[in-house]
Design a protein around this ligand. Structure first.
Ligand code: FES
Length: 364
């Protein structure tokens, strides 16, 4: 018995050692020379081989969404590889549906550029830029959420659609030895194109710890964007907005867009929170109620104490959908929150006969 155990341990150890040697050799010894990277059959970049596709593209100032910073744990960095790229790796499979695997989609942070490659990316990613922005204001919203206002360098502008997101980079800091990019929805008006506002909730993660504990007014941050297919769509349906926590951000950007463009649509914003302390920007919501064509902010609280004077809605935000929406009404819904919250709201909306193609959501 002990001989079997020792043999197994030796073989396992040798395999691990071999894997480490291969990784080190690949990183420091392998020289792939220059390779051609062809994008969308029209642009060719001659680059040094050996880096991940994500890093190679970033070196050419082409930014692919990468909320986990290239760790293979967000699934955002999908790119279609037409030629080159080698075998699909086990680290990619969990993030790709069978359909995507058949269509040669790859995680660009896992796939290395070792030979000439041809890839396809959405045209709009060529509009994504990186900016060095400066924090010009920090305002606490709740005990966990802060609103940050960033200023772009003089003369630079960012163009985005209301509802889209950007990524910011947290550098190494005391207690953190890695740079990471994290995604945050833009909370401000697209008109104010020299500034960006973000709502960042403290989660204890690398980036939120950096933003809550290590920056101040004047700190410079690397920010890139815009990204995302969650944004305002114009038609004459009634708008149903549903969010919780920092999901408030993209809705706020959409509300500013409606105000700036005098959009005459009925809109209701159902915001789910636990207690009154979790509500914020109430004066601003009042301003939107006064200035927009037909808008109401309708928060609902799930934990109201007995001595509270709260006279608004109580319960989960799905109750608001059940209570206020008419079955068969002409609605378009914008949902921002956790996957669990979103799936229960989609269910409630479907019960009111809102079709999935009229439901846009931003999960985080
Ligand atoms: S960057 Fe997150 S999985 Fe590739």
């Amino acid at each position: 018995m002990s001989t079997i155990l020792i043999t197994t341990a030796v073989i396992t150890g040798l395999c691990a050692l071999f894997a480490i040697i291969l990784t080190i050799a690949d990183k420091y010894i392998a020289n792939y020379g220059e390779v051609d990277l062809v994008i969308n059959e029209e642009k060719t970049y001659t680059i040094d081989g050996g880096n991940t596709l994500l890093d190679s593209l970033r070196n050419e100032k082409i930014f692919i969404p990468s909320a986990c910073g290239g760790k293979g744990s967000c699934g955002y960095c999908k790119v279609k590889v037409i030629e080159g790229g080698g075998q699909l790796l086990s680290t990619e499979k969990p993030w790709l549906t069978e359909e995507e695997q058949k269509n040669n989609m790859r995680l660009s942070c896992q796939c290395k550029v070792k030979e000439n490659m041809k890839i396809e990316i959405p045209e709009e990613l060529f509009n994504v830029k990186e900016y060095k922005v400066k924090i010009v204001d920090i305002e606490p919203m709740t005990d966990k959420i802060k609103k940050f206002r960033f200023e772009l360098p003089e003369g630079e502008k960012i163009q985005f659609k209301p509802g889209q997101y950007v990524q910011i980079k947290a550098p190494e800091y005391d207690g953190n030895t890695e740079e990471v990019y994290r995604a945050y929805s833009v909370a401000s008006s697209i008109k104010d194109d020299n500034h960006i506002e973000l709502l960042i909730g403290y989660t204890g993660g690398i980036c939120t710890t950096y933003m809550h504990n290590f920056v101040e007014v004047g700190t410079e941050i690397d920010l890139n964007g815009p990204y995302g297919d969650f944004y305002y769509h114009d038609d004459d349906s009634e708008i149903v907005m549903v969010a919780a926590g920092t999901g408030f951000a993209p809705i706020r950007s959409i509300l500013y867009h409606m105000k700036d463009n005098d959009i005459k649509r009925k809109a209701r914003f159902y915001f789910g929170a636990k207690t009154e302390d979790d509500l914020f920007l109430l004066d601003e919501m009042k301003m939107f109620e006064e200035e927009l064509y037909d808008f109401k902010f309708m928060p609902t609280l799930s934990r109201v104490s007995e001595d509270s004077n709260w006279s608004g809605d109580k319960g989960r935000v799905t109750n608001s959908i059940d209570t206020y929406l008419e079955n068969g009404g002409n609605y378009t819904a914008y949902l921002c929150g956790s996957p669990v919250m979103i799936s229960s709201i989609v269910e409630s909306l479907n019960k009111k006969s809102v079709p999935n193609e009229k439901i846009y959501f931003d999960e985080f």
